[in-house]
Write a protein that binds this ligand. Structure first.
Ligand code: KDG
Ligand code: MG
Length: 402
């Protein structure tokens, strides 16, 4: 059995996605997601110019060997571009293996560890009243876990808050948006938001919040400590995680659970955080962290330290990634929670999928492989549009962590 074609499809059905499609000599196809928000074409080139030519003629069943070949064999290891490209190959090969076996991917991994996968969505608003309204809407849709983000008085734009009635989408066409940030205003306000959610909805629903790397360790410790009574499911990315020692300081001060890792690419990025039990949930994804093959290794390592998975699931990972993630989630023994931001309608048409949502949970479906495909003819009607993530500056103009 041989790979006879490997092609990269870049499309923009509501937002940009990079998809790898691998074809075997017996006509079986597999697809993988390689989307890296705001840097899509770099991964497309890594695949087209460097990995795809090396795939032709190889045995698609040798998933592990191909993973090692592209990781160790490149000499240049790690990084979001490399690992997203390797992930797309890996995802497509697992898809092919599932189709050959006539089994859904979760069965190949070891079978279901649960009946379904709990997912969380985003409640967002310009003020507390609006955030409570969207929280209520999502609760009525059945969600059992909801992330709350809110405009902060005195700040023009805040991470995670949608503009108008459109779904939240951080990337902007043509040029990066510049947002401003005030830690003082945010730290004063955030506890009021959580208190309002608990006052209205009680404790019978999981409440989450994303700090999106904005605080220093001691500020993050103060936030975690000041909201302990609100019993958050997690606060996410309280401080940038390049220096993992920083989390020791946060841990010394608060029992609010911490989720980190959506920007991580390998086990090496999270090793200390997991080993020292400095976090509770690891947010690495099947796309940015090297596919099923590597994500499985991270999860197994995390399990030893009672760290659970909380995979990133934004709309900037394609429905292919969502499908692969849900198979992984259904299997992984130390599952915690899966993010599900949803997709623009055209994206759901371009990527026919077997996964389903019901009452706050999702299921990957029983179709052999990961159950997501790409309609190439439809994708061609949505050409790539350059887009960037925003940048953040302090009120005096200093560049800050977005
Ligand atoms: O591309 C960046 C987004 O995926 C990120 O900002 C979303 O932080 C995010 C989240 O938790 O979903
Ligand atoms: Mg996040």
């Amino acid at each position: 059995m041989k790979i006879v074609d490997a092609k990269v499809i870049v499309c923009c059905p509501g937002r940009n996605f990079v998809t790898l499609k691998i074809v075997t000599d017996d006509g079986v196809t597999g697809v993988g997601d390689a989307t890296l928000n705001g840097r899509e074409l770099a991964v497309a080139s890594y695949l087209r110019d460097h990995l795809c030519p090396l795939l032709i003629g190889r045995d698609p069943r040798r998933i592990e060997d191909l993973w090692q070949y592209f990781y160790k064999g490149a000499y240049w290891r790690r990084g979001p571009v490399t690992m997203s490209a390797i992930a797309a190959v890996d995802m497509a090969l697992w898809d092919i293996k599932g189709k050959h076996a006539g089994m859904p991917l979760y069965q190949l991994l070891g079978g279901a560890s649960r009946e379904h996968v709990m997912v969380y969505c985003h409640a967002t608003g310009r003020d507390i009243a609006e955030t409570l309204d969207t929280f209520e809407q999502h609760r009525a849709e059945g969600f059992k876990a909801i992330r709350a983000q809110c405009g902060v008085p005195g700040m023009k734009s805040v991470y995670g808050v949608a503009k108008g009635n459109a779904a939240y989408e951080p990337a902007t066409k043509d040029w990066p948006e510049e947002q401003s940030w005030s830690t003082e205003k945010y730290l004063d306000f955030a506890p009021k938001l959580f208190a309002a959610v608990r006052a209205k909805f009680g404790f019978d629903i999981h409440l989450l919040h994303d700090v999106h790397h904005r605080l220093t360790p001691i500020e993050a410790a103060r936030l975690g400590k000041s909201v302990e009574d609100c019993r958050l499911f997690w606060i996410e990315d309280p401080t940038p995680a390049e220096n993992q020692d920083a989390f020791r300081l946060i841990r010394q001060h608060t029992v609010t659970p911490i989720a980190v890792g959506e920007v991580f690419n390998t086990l090496w990025d999270c090793k200390q955080l997991i080993e020292e039990q400095l976090i509770d949930y690891i947010r690495t994804t099947v796309t940015h962290a090297g596919g099923i093959t590597h994500l499985r290794r991270i999860a197994d390592f995390a399990a030893i330290y009672q760290v659970r998975t909380g995979c990133h699931g934004p709309s900037d990972l394609s429905p292919v990634s969502m499908g692969a993630a849900l198979h992984f989630d259904l299997w992984v023994p130390n599952f915690g929670l899966q993010e599900y931001m949803g997709y623009p309608a055209p994206a759901l048409e371009v990527f026919p999928h077997a996964w389903t949502f019901h009452d706050g949970t999702m299921h990957p479906g029983e179709v052999p492989g990961h159950g997501v495909d790409i309609d190439e003819a439809l994708a061609a009607r949505y050409p790539y549009e350059r887009a960037y993530l925003p940048v953040a500056r302090l009120e005096d103009g200093t560049l800050w962590n977005w």
